[in-house]
Design a protein around this ligand. Sequence first.
Ligand SMILES: [Zn+2]
Ligand SMILES: [Zn+2]
Length: 440
Amino acid sequence: MPKNKKNKEKKRKEESHGLQTPKGMHDVLPADYLWWEKISKAAKDLAEFYCFNRLDTPVMEFLKLYEKGTGADTDIVQKEMYILKTKSGDTLALRPEFTPGIMRAYVQHSLSRLGQPQKLYSIGPVFRHDNPQAGRLRQFTQINMEVIGGQNDPIYDAQVIIYFNRLIDELKIKNVVLRMNSIGCKVCRPLYKRQLQNYYKNFEKKLCSDCVRRLKTNPLRLLDCKKEECQEFKAKAPSILDKLCASCTSHLKGVLEYLDEMGIAYQLDNLLVRGLDYYSRTVFEFFTEGNGSEAGAIAGGGRYDYLMESLGGRVTPATGGACSIERLMYVMKSQEVKPPQKLPKKVFFIHVGEMAKKKSLRIIETLRSAGISVAESLGRDSLKAQLKTADKEGIDLALILGQRELFEESIIVRDLRNSLQETVTLSKLVEEIRKRLRAQ
Ligand SMILES: [Zn+2]
Ligand SMILES: [Zn+2]
């Protein structure tokens, strides 16, 4: 059998035995978890600091929620959903994004009765059956920000953008450009859509198959096509910025003025439309400029004043944005941002002899109860092997419990940097270690 075929055969077998993650799903191994944790902690701390409150929704919702919310004509709903039927006959979907679920929660729990707007954030997995690419997976973790209710004031759009701008800054991601656009409202957008359809109709035969479909169902998305054959038509397409009504123009102007005030640079990009139906007015994306897969959007969002209505709720202005931890991690690694380091443990416990081993867990637990983190390698019995592990983990302070110490209810405290040691009675151990850790 040729090698290639053999490998494929092997992979298929492994998959059928369940020994491989499904395509686009991945494990977060301990080394990557340091990155993951750094990003998620930065996002969470910043959200709390900016006075957003956390709201998490279930990973599964009724499929209808996304058909009505995300939009039945979007690529996400048409091609990328994980849909399942439950034993009781419900049709559920794994969430492909947070926003419709958050809006549902806002209605279901009457959050409109609380102070408006509600500033909410969520962090959790979302699922899209898309083609996996660098830093883009079928299961990924989204950091999601929403400002729901109150007025449709441009200052809220600016606040969401400021949050992502600062997060990207804190993560030390470089070469980032903020692109801004407005996609209008119920008054001006239909006129623009018609103009765009009329323009594109002239080239219908030359468009890619996706664009032929978009021309009928979702013309704004024509501007989003990445296919080579559609680029020349995109470049000459009429601009929505020329078609905005007076109130959309002044809303966009408002957002941009707040960004100017904050000294946040941006580029106006009339081709920016985002992949979702529900946006109105503001849309934004943070892009990294770079080579190949390093380039691309790392965060994005916009305003969606009509979403609540399309879900069957009352008119409720809202704006928000999202980014993916995995994508940020990918960009940080490719920009060679310094990898996060795990702080070494400070204390290592070593036992010598059966009797000492028996007592080891209890002594370690006493220290842990006092808030002292203790590393060990209790499964090894040789003193040398245990010292070696302590050295490998870069720990300076060893506690050595032998037969004699056990008998005297004491323990040896050894500084591994200079091998100086002293015997300390067990009843004074916590105090002694605290003193030494303070001195370090
Ligand atoms: Zn308008
Ligand atoms: Zn196309």
